[in-house]
Design a protein around this ligand. Structure first.
Ligand code: PDD
Length: 287
């Protein structure tokens, strides 16, 4: 089945969708994005992703192109047209096509944002082997810019970090800055010590994960202690458990960091329980 995608107000077969070679998303990485999980045909944490998109756009002074309710309507239309059950919706908004290359932002009254959305199919996403069996990670130096709270499409270094992990024979990389873990290449990171979850507090140093926000809410309701403070790789290696969160990985156990097994070297009970709680609650609240 050919995917139907959304480009600037039109639903088109993916083979006919086009964006200009002068688009600032392409030339300058001048764009922000969101990924919303779809499970059983439902959108998870949609309101959170919509709110973060508005914030990212505001931070880089791109006018929000969506009228009230429009973004949800597009998501629903794409789900229906592509009969998507399990997977996600990728959304990107760029500063648009000024007609040539120029560092200066174009006049927003003249150049309107480019909007692209498409579905990504992941059948049986809840049963992914990594989500169930856990993953192994290495640490790499943090080399991204200093506004990691803005979800920009500037993903070269995160892609390089994933390749470093792949070459090292593991699944993912955690960024380390000034001795402390900031986050994973495309996820937020946590350790568990003596029954408490430890995770870095929000700042410009890391993305304000929508799955993180939901998970901490659910963990609090389940009376699991949460400590928001930075942690080191040595602490992770000596922790009882570790895990990560993202819209595409939900809650995924981490069983090894830089070659050292964490806890028993298998997914820990708290990570497993939080994965269950997150999936149950997010599905219940899904729309
Ligand atoms: N990545 N940190 C980074 C650097 C991320 O890229 C992501 C998400 C997260 C988790 O955020 P959320 O829970 O809102 O998905 C944290 C998405 C899934 C991606 O790039 O595919």
């Amino acid at each position: 089945m050919t995917r139907t995608v959304y480009v600037n107000g039109e639903y088109l077969p993916e083979t006919e969708a086009k964006v200009s070679i002068f688009d600032r998303g392409f030339v300058m990485g001048d764009a922000v994005y969101e990924v919303t999980a779809v499970v059983g045909g439902k959108l998870l944490d949609f309101a959170g992703h919509e709110a973060r998109l508005a914030r990212s756009l505001n931070e880089i002074e791109i006018e929000n192109p969506f009228a009230e309710g429009e973004l949800l309507a597009i998501h629903r239309e794409l789900l229906a047209k592509n009969e998507l059950v399990d997977g996600g919706i990728y959304l990107q908004v760029t500063r648009g096509n000024p007609g040539d290359r120029d560092f200066v932002f174009p006049d927003p009254a003249v150049v309107k944002p480019t909007v692209v959305l498409y579905t990504q199919l992941k059948p049986g996403v809840l049963q992914s082997p990594t989500g169930i069996n856990g993953i192994r990670v290495i640490s790499v130096p943090e080399m991204r810019w200093h506004r990691r709270d803005i979800k920009t499409v500037q993903l070269l270094y995160p892609s390089m970090a994933k390749m470093m992990a792949k070459k090292a024979g593991v699944d993912d990389a955690w960024f380390v800055e000034d001795g402390f873990v900031t986050e994973g290449s495309s996820n937020n990171t946590y350790i568990v010590k003596d029954g408490a979850i430890i995770t870095r507090p929000l700042s410009q140093d890391l993305l304000h994960g929508i799955t993180r926000a939901a998970l901490l809410r659910y963990a609090n309701e389940a009376q699991i202690k949460i400590i928001e403070r930075p942690f080191t790789i040595a602490e992770a290696q000596a922790a009882d458990e570790a895990f990560l969160t993202s819209a595409s990985a939900f809650v995924t156990p981490v069983i090894e960091v830089d070659g050292a097994a964490i806890g028993a070297g298998t997914p820990g009970p708290i990570a497993k329980r939080l994965r269950e709680i997150y999936i149950d609650e997010a599905l219940k609240a899904g729309i």
